[in-house]
Design a protein around this ligand. Structure first.
Ligand code: HEC
Ligand code: HEC
Length: 392
């Protein structure tokens, strides 16, 4: 993947020889590179670990769950509280706030199903497994596993739909007898309550919980980014203004953004240290390698619908923490103008600040080691790059 983007860059740089003007005279290699960023090249949004991924009734149920605020400790937090449809499914805040203030910025969900890893540190390997975490996160929905299952399966409307989609759901009697708060993810008391449940009952609860994630994922994977001017560049090469096209040339050329922000999502799906982590506080990818391997809801786990040998991403997961210390997922840049603030901790409010950051962090004398190439941009070039980012 990486070699491929380097190759593209080389081709683009060679292609730029002699075209210093800011008109639309794309060279053929430049045009090809730009077209590699178009929506038509999105990788498939399939997920073999979720048998409900392409299932219309599951999607409809997932949509209801996504917007249902009753699914939380205070009956007032839904997924949509933070992933707001009118903000490209993000929330406009530096870090998420629900029952408590979190530590990370809320990412947009448009096109998310085309990713390999989920969360800024990629601690989840599927969308359905991802969706389970906020439900039990004390700062977000703040429920326990038994509460989620009881809440859903004692609601007449939901119960009917779960019954139609799943083989084996707990009886109403069994639900009444469940401890209110039991979870293998919770505090000590909740963990103890969970351990006291018979094995078969824990399995059944986990299965309903996992299926809830799968229904939510079916809906989330239907959220796709709207086409932008890049997507129609082949038909309308002049659609970009002179500033935007100069910015496009910088993005794929001199500014080297495409080394990491490549492909239709403008992300190569790797984890990179660009000097944004805080040592000792948030080490990004390095902190989650072990939990990813032992996660009971990962691709190789019992609740996955994929054959374990097909879980290649997990099999080839790096064991070197050192290599990924301070590394965060290269985010998609689609709709980036609508998803401020920026970076995993929302530290920058505007794209201007992000571009400034790149021109400063990517210097030989930058404070810390990072994976960024050297970039030198004039003020005009920074403006052009900004104009291009706003097209995405
Ligand atoms: C309190 C706000 C909040 C709520 C509620 C919330 N999320 Fe999120 N969501 C976030 C934040 C913050 C992140 C990034 C966290 C991280 O990387 O550690 C995130 C990450 C995600 C991602 C991964 C995106 C990516 O690019 O990797 C998906 C998918 C997602 N949420 C879906 C959901 C679903 C489904 C629900 C409901 C079950 C939900 N979220 C509830 C704030 C929220
Ligand atoms: C070495 C890989 C790499 C290169 C090169 C790179 N980026 Fe990034 N980019 C990242 C990573 C990793 C993040 C997330 C960092 C974080 O959240 O802490 C990011 C985040 C961003 C964001 C914030 C997106 C969001 O939703 O928060 C923008 C905008 C961005 N990059 C633009 C650019 C531009 C413009 C260039 C070229 C000047 C560039 N990047 C070059 C890896 C890279």
């Amino acid at each position: 993947m990486k070699t491929f983007t380097y190759l593209l860059l080389l081709v683009a740089l060679l292609g730029m020889k002699g075209t210093h003007s800011t008109n639309h005279n794309w060279t053929a290699p430049q045009l090809a590179t730009l077209q590699s960023l178009s929506r038509a090249n999105l990788p498939p949004a399939t997920d073999a670990s979720n048998r409900f991924a392409q299932h219309p009734p599951a999607l409809a149920l997932g949509r209801e769950l996504f917007f249902d605020r009753r699914l939380s400790r205070n009956r007032n937090i839904a997924c949509a509280t933070c992933h707001q449809p009118d903000k490209a499914f993000s929330d406009g805040k530096p870090v998420a706030i629900a029952l408590a203030t979190g530590t990370r910025n809320t990412p947009s969900l448009l096109g998310v199903a085309h990713q390999d890893w989920f969360f800024w540190d990629g601690r989840k390997d599927s969308l359905w497994s991802q969706a389970l975490e906020p439900l039990e996160n004390p700062a977000e929905h703040g429920l326990t596993r038994t509460e989620v299952v009881r809440l859903l399966l004692t609601d007449t409307h939901y119960r009917q739909q779960y019954q139609a989609l799943l083989k084996n759901i707990p009886t109403l009697d069994a639900l009444q007898q469940l401890p209110t708060a039991a979870s293998p993810q919770g505090n000590l008391a909740q963990l103890q309550a969970w351990k006291q449940l018979p094995q078969a009952q824990r399995e059944q609860i986990d299965a309903v919980f996992a299926a809830t994630g799968k229904f939510l994922a079916a809906y989330v994977s239907s959220l796709s980014p709207a086409p932008n001017k890049l997507d129609t560049l082949a038909q309308q090469p002049a659609a970009l203004t002179p500033n935007e096209s100069a910015g496009a040339k910088l993005f794929i050329g001199k500014a080297q953004c495409i080394l990491c922000h490549s492909g239709a999502l403008l992300s190569n799906q790797t984890f990179q240290n660009i000097g944004t982590g805080i040592l000792g506080k948030d080490s990004g990818r390095a902190a989650v390698l072990d939990t990813l391997r032992t996660d009971r809801f990962n691709c190789q786990g019992k609740h996955s619908d994929a054959p374990p040998e097909s879980c290649t991403e997990l099999q080839f997961l790096t064991r070197s923490r050192h290599a990924v210390t301070g590394a965060f997922k290269v985010p998609s840049l689609r709709n980036v103008a609508k998803t401020a603030p920026y970076f995993h901790n929302g530290r920058f409010a505007t794209l201007e600040q992000v571009v400034d950051y790149y021109t400063q962090a990517a210097q030989p004398n930058a404070q810390d080691d990072n994976d960024l190439p050297l970039i030198q941009l004039s003020d005009t070039e920074a403006q052009q790059l900004l104009a291009f980012l706003k097209v995405l």
